[in-house]
Structure formats: C-alpha cells, structure tokens
Design a protein around this ligand. Structure first.
Ligand code: FAD
Length: 353
C-alpha cells in the first residue's frame, strides 16, 4: 500500500488503527494534539503507584481487547472484590456494611495500568510515526489529496482517519468544503462516553481496609464519591483506593475536592483513611481534547455506531472512526478496537481492490 494515511488522535482507536495498518505495510502518520498518548486511557504513576484516571476494566466478552492483550503479551488480573462492602444511604447515618454477592460478571484490570497497552502499541508502531502536540484544526480537500493543518505544520495525505470523538470533531476542526449537515447534526447528538466523569485515587502505604475484612468497595448516595474500589497493584506491593466523584464537584477546585473525599473516606474507614500518601484526580469534563465545554444533555451511548459513520467523506478520503462510531460496545475500549479493525478492513477493500 503506497498511499499515505494520516490518523488523527493517539488514543486507543488511533493506536490500534496505526498498529494494524503498519502490519499491512501502510505508510502511517499519527497526529496527536496532547503532549501524551492514550486519550481517555491515562494511568498516572505517583510514588511508584499506577492509578487509573481513565479506562480501567474489561470483561470476558471484550474478545477483541483480550486477543490484543494476548498478542502484545499484556497480563490481565481480576478486580479484587472479596470482603464486605459499605453503603452510605444518607448523610445522617454511618455507612452500612454488607456482604457482596458472588460476582456475576468478573471485571479485569491490565497489569501495571491500562497505559501499558498504549505504550506497547506505540512501541510496535514506532514512536517516530506518532507526532505529539499537533492539534489538527483544518482539513482541506484538494482533488486527490487531503491537506491537514495543525497549529504549526501542514501535512498531505491520500486518506485521513479521524478518531476524535464525533461531537468534538465537528466542533473543533474546520472542513473545506464543509461536511454535510446530516453528519454535523448527528455528530452533535452523539454521546461521548465518560465525558462528565471525575475519577480519583488515594494512595496508601498499606491496604488497611483488607485487614478489617473490607473489600474496599463502597457506594454512596451522599457523595462526594459515589463508587469506590480496591486499586492495589497485581504485585500487591502498592496500595490505593479508586473511585468516581459526583460530576457536580467539577465546580470545586482540586484542594476542595481532596478535602471532601478524605472526609468521606474517614466516615467509611475511620482514622486510618487520613494517613494517605497522595490524592490524584482527573476531571474529564474539563478535558478539551475529549469534549466540548457545554452542559447539553445527551443520553448515554446515543448515536454510538450510527449508520452515517459507515460512510466516507471528502470524496472518499475521510474516515470517521473512534469508539463512539462503533456499532458494538461503542464508548468502551472494546468499541475502539472493533472500529479500528473495521476501518482497516474498509481501507484494504477500498484501496487494494
Ligand atoms: C474516566 C473514564 C473511565 C473509563 N472506564 C472505562 C472502562 O473501565 N472500560 C472501558 O472499556 N472503557 C472505559 N472508558 C472508555 C475508554 O477510555 C474509551 O472507550 C477509549 O479510551 C476511547 O478511545 P478512542 O481512541 O476512541 O478515543 P480517545 O481516547 O478520546 O482518543 C482521541 C484522541 O484524539 C486526540 N485529539 C482530540 N482532538 C484532536 C485534534 N484536533 N488533533 C489531534 N488529536 C486530537 C485526543 O487527545 C485523544 O488522544 C473510560 C473512559 C473514561 C474517561
């Protein structure tokens, strides 16, 4: 395949697409706006403890993801759930302790963090083919080629694959000529998974909750955290709790959220919860490379995998990909992989037949 393909975005979709196309011998360049790869996959390492501030779990029906992990020699392990859980029904009462029923659908984590998968993909593609800090802001159709402009550079390609979430794509990239109204309207009504979430993790020197027969699992109607899980490493040598905060807390600052989380952890686990090493968080609503800053309500997964994303645009040179365009498991890591495979198959069919 002697055509040059530009992939926009070095999240899971962009990297899997690059990995598959390179295996087919294609000439690929990935343009990533951020100073890091991974997109909504972000394992932060502090005090040598990896904590997931983006995607964390996979399930046995995620067959594409499991196959990819096997191929890249990435180890998986079960989310620890054994022990009692805590439920805070209302602010006036202490959390209630209850027995978790046996897990119907086991969640798995990626050893050393989900970013290990991202790094392995990038190693296989070759880091020279992934350009960071290249935010695409214009795509121009010029007969047989597409001109892709970033703030500092201009690239020419025979084909472009966008993996930017569709709603962000149509609101942050200028297309010359303009994209069809149908596509823009559909993209504007396409949900971006987890766009409003706030993920946090608290690192400890020991898993003190386990000694008391607790799983680290907690649920709360009160907040600020609504869900909590054990987040220790596969080696069981680094210890953390990780969870989700009520989205309304995006209005507070980091320190205010930290104070509120620690106060709630004290309610759940007592004084020991106060002796933490560090508090980490990510407010995805404020991540301008994932979502646009508005509060429009779109139903979760709405228009994910919409038929319109099966079409090609800009005279058959632009492919719109990314997890939200996948008909199956759209929004999840599995959707990103399935869609990358589909896009690569389509390119093979379009360009090699
Ligand atoms: C908090 C949270 C928890 C999650 N938990 C899970 C989970 O447990 N299990 C699961 O399966 N999934 C989970 N997900 C979803 C999962 O992270 C996504 O399905 C997957 O990572 C999406 O990959 P993607 O490449 O399609 O999109 P993204 O990861 O969003 O990648 C898009 C890339 O495009 C880049 N970009 C944006 N604009 C431009 C531009 N103009 N020019 C160049 N580059 C640009 C971005 O920086 C980004 O790197 C979670 C997501 C979040 C945020």
């Amino acid at each position: 395949m002697d055509k040059k393909i530009i992939i926009i975005g070095a999240g899971l979709s962009g990297l899997v697409t690059g990995y598959l196309l390179k295996k087919q011998g294609a000439s690929v360049q990935i343009l990533e706006a951020n100073s890091r790869i991974g997109g909504r996959i972000f394992t932060k390492v502090n005090h040598k403890t990896p904590v997931e501030l983006g995607a964390t779990w996979l399930w046995k029906y995620n067959t594409g993801l499991i196959k990819l992990c096997n191929e890249l020699d990435i180890e998986l392990f079960e989310q620890k759930m054994d022990g009692d859980a805590l439920f805070e029904a209302m602010s006036a009462h202490p959390p209630q302790r209850f027995n978790l029923p046996p897990n119907q659908e086991i969640s798995y984590r990626i050893a050393n963090g989900t970013s290990a998968l991202i790094e392995k993909l990038a190693d296989n593609i070759g880091h020279d083919f992934i350009l960071l800090n290249e935010k695409v802001h214009e795509i121009q159709d010029q007969q047989t080629k597409l001109f892709v402009k970033t703030e500092t550079n201009e690239f020419i390609a025979d084909g472009v694959i966008s993996t930017i979430p569709p709603r962000l794509l149509v609101n942050s990239v200028k297309f010359i000529p303009e994209l069809s109204k149908d596509l823009v309207n559909t993209a504007n009504e396409t949900h971006t998974w987890m766009k409003d979430s706030i993920k946090f993790a608290v690192i400890y020197s020991s898993p003190f909750w386990r000694k008391e027969g607790l799983s680290g699992v907690g649920f709360s109607n009160v907040g600020p955290f609504t869900e909590l899980y054990d987040h220790c490493t596969i080696q069981e040598d680094k210890f953390a709790l990780m969870g989700f905060l009520n989205g309304a807390l995006a209005e507070l600052n980091h320190q205010q959220r930290e104070e509120k989380v620690v106060t709630q952890l004290q309610k759940f686990f007592g004084e020991k919860a106060l002796a933490y090493i560090s508090y980490e968080e990510k407010v995805w609503r404020k991540e301008s490379l994932t979502t646009i800053a508005d509060h429009k309500f779109i139903f979760p997964h709405q228009n994910n995998g919409h038929e319109i994303y099966q079409n090609l645009f800009m005279d058959n040179k632009l492919y719109i990909s990314g997890t939200e365009t996948s008909k199956v498991y759209g929004g999840y890591m599995e959707g990103a992989i399935r869609r990358a495979q589909e896009t690569c198959n389509q390119i093979k069919k379009d360009w090699l037949s």
